[in-house]
Ligand binder design. Structure first.
Ligand code: A3P
Length: 306
């Protein structure tokens, strides 16, 4: 039992990762009772790495034929976390009803998860469902997590100073961490199974959104690009999921996500390199060394400035 950034008062070391106590039951239920379908699409991520953005993009792409009009798109009235639920969170309570509602979702289902790869239910790793993973440079991830979890309203967050939370993070202690095992687990798997896992970085998605959205479209074998002006469709998808657009909607619309955190906290700055405004030179040096040590030889690296 430890304190650290995460959606719970405590973190428990559970199956080699720091599971927020609030979700232990949900994770157990997810692993035991969830059955993946071959058509499922999972958005997997370490928290605060661009999950909300990728959920929106994946949802719009997968449902392109169902909701071809961008004027009345469900994303304009619902939060991406309502449209793309996290089974490990929703299965915390009312198991029977929630399993039913998950199995009744229209197919292909788009679902989210923060679980590390080795803890995914077997039916996800063994079925033909697809996983899109997003991660972000560990500097901005930490600052985003700090801002998010210290502003959480209903779920109590640990009373840590920025420096204390940083020390914990450097030791891997944050919800669903260590961050390096999370990223490397999916990274290695994406190299051996590129048709199963598409590995994305927040920074790349930010810097050349159209290119990476096309990669997602191709990975999912989505019919978007057949006939018509595919570039115009991609442009519309990017716009409807854009930071400013989603931020405005979030301020105006209400949803379940209120129960977890104030909605606007999911859309803070959306920038690369904001960490520079928070880190002391010694913190920067410390985290740079950890990144070098943990990721060395893996081929995984990050851009930390815009
Ligand atoms: P910042 O806190 O640095 O602003 P997650 O969705 O995994 O919780 O990640 C949240 C981070 O993604 C926040 O980063 C948030 O601003 C950013 N984000 C959310 N929607 C985005 C979008 N449409 N485009 C770019 N960044 C977005």
């Amino acid at each position: 039992k430890e304190s650290g950034l995460g959606a719970a008062p405590y973190l428990h070391l559970f199956q080699d990762f720091w599971c927020p106590s609030y979700y232990v039951q949900g994770v157990n239920n997810f692993q035991k009772h969830f059955h993946a379908k071959d058509s499922d699409v999972f958005v997997a991520s370490f928290p605060k790495s661009g999950t909300t953005w990728l959920k929106a993009l994946a949802f719009v792409i997968v449902n392109h034929q169902r909701f071809s009009s961008f004027d009345h798109h469900p994303l304009l009235s619902s939060n991406p976390h309502q449209l793309v639920p996290f089974p490990e969170f929703i299965l915390s309570h009312d198991l029977h009803d929630k399993i039913l509602s998950l199995s009744n979702m229209s197919e292909p289902r788009v679902l989210g998860t923060h679980l590390p790869f080795p803890s995914l239910p077997e039916s996800i790793t063994k079925s033909n469902c697809k996983i899109i993973y997003i991660c972000r440079n560990p500097f901005d991830t930490f600052v985003s997590a700090w801002e998010f979890f210290t502003k959480m309203k209903l779920v109590s967050s640990p009373a840590l100073t920025f420096e204390e939370a940083f020390e914990k993070y450097c030791n891997g202690i944050m919800g669903f961490g260590p961050w390096w095992s999370h990223m490397l687990g999916y990274w290695k798997e994406s190299i051996t199974r590129p048709d199963k896992i598409l590995f994305l970085k927040y920074e790349d998605l930010k810097e050349d959104t159209a290119f990476h959205v096309k990669r997602i479209v191709e990975f999912l074998d989505s019919p978007i690009t057949q006939g018509g002006d595919s570039n115009a469709v991609i442009e519309n998808i990017i716009n409807v999921c854009g930071f400013e657009k989603m931020k405005d909607l979030e301020v105006n619309k209400s949803g379940d996500i209120d129960n977890i955190a104030e909605k606007k906290n999911f859309f803070r700055k959306g920038k690369i390199g904001d960490w520079i405004n928070y880190f002391s030179p010694s913190m920067m040096e410390k985290l740079s060394k950890i990144i070098e040590e943990k990721l060395s030889g893996s081929g995984l690296s990050f851009k930390v400035h815009s």
